[in-house]
Design a protein around this ligand. Structure first.
Ligand SMILES: NC(=O)c1ccc[n+]([C@@H]2O[C@H](COP(=O)([O-])OP(=O)(O)OC[C@H]3O[C@@H](n4cnc5c(N)ncnc54)[C@H](O)[C@@H]3O)[C@@H](O)[C@H]2O)c1
Ligand SMILES: [Zn+2]
Length: 347
């Protein structure tokens, strides 16, 4: 098992990563759940696979457990589900010292964390992410959200978990499309912060525990400096503004989030290299990485898709923050006029 600390002052927590980690989860859970009511929140794909195991671990650790399961899919991140979860939890006489466990991908993680942050004005939250994306990205850092018709992730809170438990064995049941989706975020970390990670990935060296730990450490260090997303945390949006344009224009789900981000990372780097902002060869490296992990690198007519991105919540006034990679492992962000986006989209 590998462990690391997230050191946000006053909100420190540990991330534990290992294969078969859920089997020994009772030991790690005990300090949090003993003699507590514990609500596991999961979805209809994940609960049949890992729900019973997690319930048993909580029982073994001395917790009084019940589970709530929402229908899998992005639509689960809704006010309707938030209300459902809060009411179920309250009706079971939960108190502020009780515990909520998120067992699932980023959808379950975001919804559950939002619920944990508002029910009874905040109860203990433990994240047990089961997709590669949620293990390397969404379970760490404390962003919570639901979606509204006006857009994704527009309503939420910042709320840190008390612990993150990552069982890499859960990746064995994950559909290949979801694995590729998470790999886009892994490649992102290599591009923005860690040349060695990128080089290892390029050689096909992928030891899940180590890669996930590296990604979590990068995310943790960024979040420690900028919990509330006012500066450095923007680096995590590398490839995302164009990626959101692809997702929006083609209809969410046509391209996975990771596939759209891969196109975004390649396209903006092709542009920045052409403009002389990025070391030559960087585009080829990012493209090769995306290809190696079954991600697309290009989409026709991206410049026509950027209109939708103008509504991106990261835009402030007519300026928009873009993230550029200087060379593999080094990145920066800059505010540019929103109209530049359609130029960048040409690659
Ligand atoms: N909070 C953050 O900082 C942050 C960061 C990035 C993304 N997100 C959010 O994360 C969400 C996407 O997360 P995701 O990609 O994990 O999607 P997801 O939660 O929808 O999971 C993808 C699919 O895989 C299934 N699944 C999950 N784990 C499984 C397993 N081990 N075996 C088999 N099937 C499994 C799920 O039921 C779902 O059908 C989006 O809503 C996005 O906005 C949040
Ligand atoms: Zn992302």
């Amino acid at each position: 098992m590998l462990s690391l600390d997230v050191k946000i002052p006053g909100k420190e927590y540990k991330i534990h990563i290992g294969n078969k980690l859920f089997n020994e989860a009772d030991v790690l859970l005990k300090p949090f759940v003993e003699n507590k009511k514990v609500c596991i929140i999961s979805d209809t794909n994940v609960f049949p696979l890992y729900g019973e195991g997690m319930e048993n671990a909580v029982k073994k650790a001395g917790g009084d457990v019940f589970s709530l399961v929402v229908t899998a899919g992005e639509e689960a991140k809704s006010f309707k589900n938030l209300e459902y979860l809060c009411r179920e939890i309250i009706s079971r006489n939960f108190t502020r010292s009780d515990v909520i466990i998120a067992l699932g991908g980023g959808v379950v993680g975001d919804l559950t964390a939002f619920c944990a942050s508002v029910v009874l004005r905040g109860v203990t939250l433990i994240q047990c992410p089961t997709t590669l994306l949620s293990q390397v990205d969404s379970s760490v850092g404390g962003k919570t959200a639901v979606n509204i018709p006006e857009g994704k992730n527009l309503v939420g809170t910042f709320y840190q978990p008390k612990m993150v438990l990552i069982d890499t064995d859960t990746l064995t049941t994950l559909p290949p499309r979801e694995v590729a989706c998470g790999m886009a975020e892994v490649i992102k970390y290599g591009a923005i912060r860690d040349k060695q990670l990128a080089e290892a990935l390029l050689k096909g060296e992928f030891k899940a525990e180590e890669v996930i730990k590296t990604c979590c450490s990068i995310k943790a260090s960024i979040v420690e400096n900028d919990e509330l997303d006012k500066g450095e945390r923007m680096l995590l949006n590398f490839g995302h503004t164009l990626g959101h344009a692809v997702e929006n224009y083609t209809g969410y789900g046509t391209y996975s989030h990771g596939a759209a981000v891969a196109i975004g990372m390649c396209t903006i780097t092709a542009w920045s290299e052409r403009m002389g902002y990025t070391e030559k060869g960087t585009y080829d490296t990012i493209k090769a990485l995306c290809e190696k992990y079954s991600l697309p690198t290009h989409i026709d007519n991206l410049e026509n898709m950027t209109g939708a991105a103008m509504h991106d919540k990261k835009r402030s006034g007519s300026r928009i923050s873009i993230v550029l990679v200087k060379k593999m492992g080094e990145s920066y962000y800059e505010k540019v006029d929103v109209s530049l986006l359609s130029e960048i989209a040409k690659g």
